[in-house]
Design a protein around this ligand. Structure first.
Ligand SMILES: *Cc1c(COP(=O)(O)O)cnc(C)c1O
Length: 381
């Protein structure tokens, strides 16, 4: 079975992890700050806070922005559940903005009209979470313009998108957002096994996220309510969690960062090949806007809804490990129990009825990619 995605671990990656295992620190040592510095430098952010998953990064990002009971967080239905759940973790309410039918990311028109209505009803969101689906930045300039106009904070869910560019600049520099979140799950662009990271240009937000990741505990006298009792002293100044990344994970991440450009280049080559090889098939290919250089976490095709299931099953039977990203979050039972109903976000639902993620990862060979294309041809004709 050719999987839809998979990690690429080199001997250097393995050596980096083993070196940590032989060192003094398995956690809270030098590797995490080194990894944070490498990501911050690569994406052009002043601050980076590494945590044990992107889910945790979304949570600490929401906490740093002060999201709480009585607030609203909006995201898109076409995402992993974590983009929405982070709002619920904070006791906020969650709602959705439909996707654009062409780019499949948050639709600025739908956002504009929903903001307009929410303002009238006095229930503007505190935070919106656009998702850079498949590695392709959402329309951040327009989303940021609307967010500023309505006084809304922005967290980019860039779980798919480390290494992507938008307007010639890296995703993660937060020029259109407060915080940007990356995932390092093995299917993503680079991996730390489990792991995530939040970037920001704001030192106050960065410090709040650091506190939230580690129990709300500080050892900095300047942050304490009194002078330290002694050298052992720390204070818990807010409520935090243990969301720390281990040194082994950070060492793997740092080693993987040195291969990021090569990973993304290979993904772009494979995506361009798919674009060429699938050109004559009855399917819709991804169409990133001209100002977006996708990191190509996923290559999603849309096939006619009446043949979707057959094509999917035929590909799986043919040894092609296709998948579907994503089931609209508002149709999940947990969200249905909060009152959401099918039919509320027609573009996300239409996408779900047609989308198939076909294999794409740095280690995919041209020969295996040709197998995928041949299988798709057979399934569709
Ligand atoms: C993978 C993913 C997450 C969660 O990432 P973890 O690191 O597994 O917690 C969140 N949002 C999106 C869009 C994702 O793809």
């Amino acid at each position: 079975m050719i999987p839809y995605g998979r990690q690429d671990i080199s001997d250097e990656d393995i050596a980096a992890v083993v070196a940590v295992l032989k060192s003094d620190f398995l956690t809270q040592g030098p590797a995490v700050p080194a990894f944070e510095a490498a990501v911050a430098a690569r994406v052009g952010a002043a601050h980076a806070v590494a945590v044990n998953s992107a889910t945790s990064a979304l949570h600490v990002a929401c906490m740093a922005l002060g999201l709480g009971p009585g607030d609203w967080l909006w995201t898109v239905p076409t995402t992993f559940v974590a983009s929405a759940n982070c709002g619920l973790y904070c006791g906020a309410s969650v709602d959705f903005v439909d996707i654009d039918p062409v780019t499949w990311t948050m639709c600025p028109k739908a956002l504009a009209s929903k903001l307009d209505q929410a303002k009238v009803e006095g229930r503007l969101p505190k935070v919106i979470v656009p998702v850079h689906l498949c590695g392709q930045s959402a329309d951040m300039a327009e989303i940021a313009r609307l967010a500023r106009a309505y006084g809304v904070r922005v967290i980019e869910d860039a779980s798919h998108s480390i290494g992507a560019d938008h307007e010639g600049r890296p995703v993660g520099d937060c020029r259109y957002s407060d915080i940007c979140v990356f995932s390092f799950h093995p299917v993503k662009i680079i991996t730390t096994a489990e792991g995530g990271l939040a970037t920001t240009q704001d030192p106050v937000l960065a410090r709040k996220m650091e506190l939230a990741r580690s129990h709300g505990i500080t050892r900095d006298p300047a942050e304490m309510t009194q002078a330290p009792d002694g050298p052992w002293y720390y204070q818990q100044v807010s409520l935090g969690y243990n969301y720390r990344m281990t040194e082994m994970q950070a060492a793997l991440g740092l080693s993987q960062m040195s291969r990021l450009d090569a990973f993304v280049a290979r993904r772009r080559t494979l995506a361009a090949r798919y674009n060429r090889l699938l050109g004559n098939l009855p399917l819709v290919r991804p169409s990133p806007p001209a100002d977006v250089a996708s990191a190509w976490h996923l290559y999603v095709v849309r096939v006619p809804a009446d043949r979707h299931r057959t094509v999917f099953d035929t590909l799986r039977a043919d040894g092609i490990g296709v998948n579907l990203h994503y089931i609209p979050v508002h149709t999940q039972p947990h969200y249905q129990s909060m009152g959401f109903r099918p039919g509320q976000f027609p573009q996300a639902e239409a996408y779900y009825a047609e989308a198939i993620s076909i294999p794409l990862y740095a280690g995919l060979s041209d020969a295996d990619q040709d197998r995928v294309v041949a299988a798709l041809e057979r399934a569709l004709t």
